[in-house]
Design a protein around this ligand. Structure first.
Ligand SMILES: [Zn+2]
Length: 348
């Protein structure tokens, strides 16, 4: 088993919305890539070349008519697919390389080249519905990755953890009736996109395989840590995922212009450690993260660095950081989530 951590990066990801004013800007990846080039951790990460997702692969999650609609933006100077979601000439190519980049990372995890990794891609994905672009997202990268692992590696239980500030409406919808994928989301609520209420738990065979933790504004490291420890860990130990995927958004960072949470780089590192423990216990360490939101460039850079350090087992966390995290109190919503989810998860 390899001990290394892989990253997906490519300059094409910076071409989406190049020279177009938007909070989901190329400068986000520039801040991360510049950090990797100037920091010695960049040299110790394995750079994996991304490939593009095919239309047949995109059709696991999206309708053919929607895929065609996005493909038609290729080379077009500017299109608006949704009030928040625009394209520029290379957006379509960047979007299929974002989804496919996650497939390339998963291949390297399954062939043992790396033990885990982070797809540093854009556009993000978790709001992209079957039939429409939404919330800065074109194709649902993380949902497509779960389908890829299922089709290529016969994975029957994938855990998707979504710690972005916003609820991943489209990831939830993609697997709402599907027990192969357990979707766990922490998000500010009520807030954009409006979904992610406590009682949205899945439907039919998927009942209990959607776990929403709707949080009030102002939660920080210890509250998120308590949510992960008290809700996610018991459920994951019962579900026993064969693969852990993460919609890693950094708009919960303290100081993000879009959100009102208070998570710090240490907090993201601690959440990563919890996920690595779950992946180590049940999934042979298989853990793949993909970038979603995060709009404070300094916060994004420092938080991604902390997460990468954790993935590389070079943690920035001190014993006193961990003591502070462990001694925090859980937000009141934790009891309410447990009451709802206890019907499906006896371990709670
Ligand atoms: Zn977000």
């Amino acid at each position: 088993m390899s001990q290394s951590t892989g990253i997906i990066r490519d300059d094409l990801y910076k071409e989406h919305l190049a020279d177009y004013p938007h909070p989901e800007s190329p400068q986000r990846l520039e801040a991360i890539y510049d950090m990797l080039d100037s920091d010695d951790i960049g040299k110790r990460l394995l750079l994996i070349s991304p490939r593009s997702a095919t239309h047949d692969e995109l059709a696991w999650i999206h309708s053919r008519s929607y895929i065609e609609r996005v493909a038609l933006t290729d080379g077009v100077s500017h299109m608006s697919l949704d009030p928040d979601t625009q394209t520029t000439p290379l957006s379509y190519k960047a979007a299929i390389l974002a989804a496919g980049g996650l497939f390339s990372l998963i291949d390297k995890i399954f062939d043992g080249t790396v033990r885990n990794g982070f797809a540093l891609v854009r556009p993000p994905g978790h709001h992209a519905e079957r039939d429409r672009a939404m919330g800065f997202c074109l194709f649902n990268n993380v949902a497509l990755a779960a389908m890829y692992a299922h089709h290529k590696y016969s994975i029957k239980r994938t855990l998707i953890v979504d710690w972005d500030l916003h609820h991943g409406n489209a990831t939830q919808h993609s697997f709402y009736t599907d027990p192969k994928v357990l979707y766990f989301s922490t998000h500010q609520y009520p807030y954009y996109p409006g979904s992610g209420g406590l009682t949205e738990v899945g439907h039919g065979d998927g009942t209990g395989y959607t776990v929403n933790v709707p949080l009030s504004a102002g939660q920080g490291d210890s509250e998120f840590f308590a949510v992960f420890k008290q809700i996610l860990c018991p459920i994951a130990s019962a579900f026993k995922p064969e693969l852990v995927l993460v919609s890693a958004g950094f708009d919960t960072y303290a100081g993000d212009p879009l959100g009102s949470m208070k998570v710090t780089p240490q907090g993201f590192a601690a959440l990563t450690r919890v996920l690595m423990d779950i992946a180590g216990e049940y999934a042979s360490d298989r853990l793949a993260m993909t970038l979603e939101g995060g709009y404070n460039l300094t916060g994004l850079r420092d938080s991604v660095r902390a997460v990468l350090k954790e993935l590389m087992q070079e943690s920035i966390l001190t014993d006193s950081d961990l003591q502070t995290l462990e001694s925090g109190t859980a937000p009141p919503i934790v009891d309410k989530v447990i009451q709802v989810q206890r019907s499906y998860w006896a371990a709670l």
